[in-house]
Design a protein around this ligand. Structure first.
Ligand code: EPZ
Length: 417
């Protein structure tokens, strides 16, 4: 069970590059099921979750080849349109193969994804979207069974924006008969990236990035080539790593526009942030103020940056009120930060952080989910002494070579068996 040992007190300075976006690469990989042939993706991050998605594609008869951040997916007609539990349980995003399989093969058998530490993570909105397009859905022995004669275009209003639900319905609608309208669609940059790729494949998707997406069904799609957008969550995490140590860090190969909500809040807290082209820089600072944040669907403050920002606020002067509106249980990192001597009072969806600059004390802590593990590493960068983050495998799911990037900036971090 890998651990990461972090020695506090080293200022981070320098330039680092963001990798491709995990949450864009995953839906892109499942979109390949919509068309046979060789799909080519560049800037694909080297992550455990990408490997899991490739394993699922291979179980569906595809071949994958990953080299130097380029991933080739050779899709052949699937022998069985089934995503098994032992793969889906490792990565809940596997549910994104439901829409493509149903649209292409008129049937799909996909294991229900488990919940995870941050919440129950239901897929009811995904299934309602498929039903609206004419699919018969049943759940049996932990599997979703979906069948249709042919998917029909439909008007779908999501009661709440769902990233995965929007992606699943958008992919399914590309091969449906007629036009589909998704209202209250999620607007994340990863949705836009997926729509751009679907259109390269010959689909007719309009409005991605807004709350109304229109998809006109076509008969057939073809394999294409695409470059994955930068990972805005990794870029934000690296920026906060520089900020929390008072250093100057530039993140290149990023998309500053996708980080607007974080940049606004860091500036409000007192950081000087500059952007130029694909780079964003946090400049040295001697202190910062507590600010309140509320997470919500894009373009609001990303829930995936909430834990990392909380670590930063433990070192602020004053109090921050952190409200999490997207997931019902995304404060698992709070008690671990308290073990490092942070002063935080968690309520149900609100945590009150009383800043205690320079008071974090290193200790063994436990990572519970992907972004919580990043938060604990960031806190370890400024805690006195050594912080050992257990269950660091969570980090490997979503961050490519995090320790190498942090060490190159001057951090003292080491992976220990
Ligand atoms: C995506 O998850 C991301 N994962 C998550 O990133 C991210 O936190 C989340 O979007 C929100 O931005 C990927 O893209 C692979 P949702 P997703 O459907 O699609 C509820 C990370 O750290 N909901 O937008 O699962 C749900 O419970 C991960 O990289 C339903 O109720 O998120 C949640 O409260 C963590 N029914 C809210 O909506 C549904 O059918 C938002 O979920 C679907 C969702």
């Amino acid at each position: 069970m890998d651990k990461m040992a972090v020695r506090g007190g080293h200022q981070l300075n320098g330039v680092t590059a963001a990798s491709g976006a995990k949450n864009s690469a995953l839906p892109l990989l499942f979109a390949t099921l919509l068309a046979d042939g060789e799909h080519v993706f560049h800037n694909v991050p080297d992550l455990v979750d990408v490997k899991s998605a490739c394993a699922l594609l291979e179980s569906l008869g595809c071949e994958t080849c990953y080299k130097d951040h380029t991933l080739r997916v050779f899709v052949k007609p699937a022998r069985v349109a089934e995503a098994s539990y032992d793969i889906v349980r490792k990565m809940r995003a596997s549910i994104l193969c439901l829409g493509p399989l149903l649209a292409r093969y008129m049937e799909a058998k996909v294991s229900l994804p488990g919940g995870c530490a941050i919440g129950t993570r239901p897929i009811d909105l995904h299934l309602e979207g498929m039903k609206a397009m004419g699919a018969e859905i049943s759940v049996d022995a932990g599997y979703v069974l979906a069948k249709t004669v042919k998917l029909q275009g439909a008007k779908i209003l999501f009661e709440a924006p769902t990233v995965g639900g929007t992606e699943n319905v958008m992919m399914a609608a590309t091969l449906a008969d007629g036009e589909t309208l998704i209202e209250n669609a999620a607007k994340e940059p990863e949705i836009v990236d997926l729509a751009n790729y679907l259109n390269k494949m010959g689909a007719k998707v309009e409005g991605a990035g807004t709350s109304i997406i229109r998809i006109r069904g076509v008969n057939k799609l073809k394999a294409a080539e695409h470059t994955v957008i930068p990972d805005r969550i990794e870029a934000g995490t690296l920026l906060i790593a520089g900020a929390i140590t008072g250093g100057e860090v530039t993140v290149t190969r990023s998309a500053p526009a996708d980080l607007e909500a974080l940049i606004v809040k860091m500036r409000e807290s007192g950081f000087k942030i500059t952007t130029s082209g694909d780079s964003v820089t946090v400049h040295r600072t001697r202190g910062w103020r507590g600010v309140d944040i509320t997470t919500a669907p894009h373009p609001a403050f990303a829930t995936d940056l909430q834990a990392q920002f909380m670590a930063l606020m433990t070192q602020a002067e004053g109090t921050s009120v952190i409200t999490e509106t997207v997931f019902e249980n995304r404060f698992m990192h709070v008690q671990e930060l308290v073990r490092l001597n942070a002063d935080i009072t968690p309520k149900t969806r609100v945590a009150v952080v009383r800043g205690t600059p320079g008071k974090l004390m290193g200790a063994p802590v436990m990572a519970t989910d992907l972004r919580a593990s990043a938060c604990l590493v960031l806190a370890g960068l400024v805690a006195e002494g050594e912080t050992v983050v257990n269950r660091i495998y969570h980090l490997d799911r979503g961050y490519e070579n995090m320790e190498a990037k942090l060490m190159a900036l001057g951090a003292q971090v080491e992976r220990v068996k």
